[in-house]
Write a protein that binds this ligand. Structure first.
Ligand SMILES: Nc1ncnc2c1ncn2[C@@H]1O[C@H](COP(=O)(O)OP(=O)(O)OP(=O)(O)O)[C@@H](O)[C@H]1O
Ligand SMILES: O=P(O)(O)OC[C@H]1O[C@H](OP(=O)(O)OP(=O)(O)O)[C@H](O)[C@@H]1O
Ligand SMILES: [Mg+2]
Length: 288
């Protein structure tokens, strides 16, 4: 359906996902908007158009096939009911979607029957209630739903919870299991996910490259040649460590990718077995 040959991408124009979405696209080498009033950015060189839309509307545009891919929240995708499919998790914007009530008032979803539930995710909540066989009424509000309980508009809310600060400030607490674990995701039209699309594949590989580059560091060290197997067991890398001869007889240099979170623990172990000149560098970008 898209009329242009360019890859048409939906970007969140504001809200919790906007900044991180712009950052991951920028680091993936795409031209993003410089100014928050820009609605469309055309990158003729790379044949990509970015459309800045309300996060809530993104699944609608993509589901109808007017845009090829979009970045939105899993909760917004499911709430919309649009025929779009999640094709990649983007690793930011994590949150849970939960029921909450006045502290100490409700301890289980079994108590929801007959209650008024305020939410801006009526689709998601309606489906959850139906799945659980609960007969409750949904009060659909645009946002700041925590206040609905304070003002007596509802008995319960169902909303995005990240740190829990907003709930605490409203004197509310969660109950029951999370309805959903959400995060930012890349979505495509449901009826086109099976169709190979070279431009989408390039986008996904670039996004994966940025994710990997931020999850790993590059580690270099020198070690006596007879200890190289032991050292490589500590730094197996993703495929295989690079082992190069050193000018100094009996030593080799090893280079390997190491998960960022274990950097210091790995350096400690390497040092203990005799590795020296252990250097850690950032990976700016990668394609694996
Ligand atoms: N702390 C958070 N608050 C709100 N949404 C969050 C948070 N963390 C992640 N998200 C995700 O961001 C998306 C919400 O997008 P939305 O545009 O409503 O952002 P917002 O920050 O609520 O902005 P708005 O000012 O328009 O309400 C959802 O997918 C939600 O799960
Ligand atoms: O658990 P927390 O870290 O406090 O974050 C969750 C809160 O943030 C969002 O509100 P937002 O600022 O988007 O306002 P809104 O409700 O009007 O969308 C969300 O709706 C919760 O209220
Ligand atoms: Mg919001």
């Amino acid at each position: 359906m898209p009329t242009s040959d360019m890859l048409r991408v939906a970007m969140p124009n504001k809200g919790a996902l906007a900044e991180a979405s712009a950052q991951i696209m920028r680091e993936s080498g795409y031209r993003v908007r410089r100014e928050s009033k820009e609605l469309v950015v055309v990158d003729a060189e790379q044949q990509v158009e970015l459309f800045y839309l309300r996060p809530r509307d993104i699944a609608v545009y993509v589901g109808r096939g007017h845009l090829d891919v979009g970045i939105t929240g899993r909760d917004l995708l499911l709430d919309s009911g649009a025929p779009a499919t999640e094709v990649m998790q983007l690793g930011f914007g994590a949150s849970t979607f939960r029921y909450a009530a006045r502290t100490g008032q409700i301890s289980s979803v079994d108590e929801l029957d007959g209650k008024r539930i305020a939410t801006s995710f009526a689709g998601l909540v309606g489906k959850d209630l139906a799945d659980k066989g609960i007969d409750a009424s949904v009060v659909h509000l645009d946002g700041a739903v925590e206040t609905a309980v304070t003002l007596g508009v509802a008995d319960v809310i169902a909303d995005v919870v990240e740190t829990g600060t907003t709930l605490r400030n409203a004197g509310l607490e969660v109950f029951g299991d999370p309805i959903l674990h959400s995060e930012a995701v890349l979505i495509r039209p449901q009826d086109r996910v099976a169709e190979p699309d070279a431009a989408v594949e390039v986008l996904i590989r670039r996004l994966q490259g940025v994710q990997t580059a931020s999850r790993y560091v590059m580690m270099d060290y020198d070690i006596r040649v007879e200890l190289v197997e032991q050292a490589c067991a500590l730094t197996p890398g993703l495929e295989s460590p690079t082992v190069s001869p050193l000018h100094r007889e009996g030593y080799v240099a090893v280079r390997s990718m190491v998960p960022r979170s274990s950097t210091n623990a790995v350096m400690d172990r390497l040092y203990e077995i005799g590795a020296r000149a252990i250097l850690v560098t950032e990976i700016a970008a990668c394609r694996l």
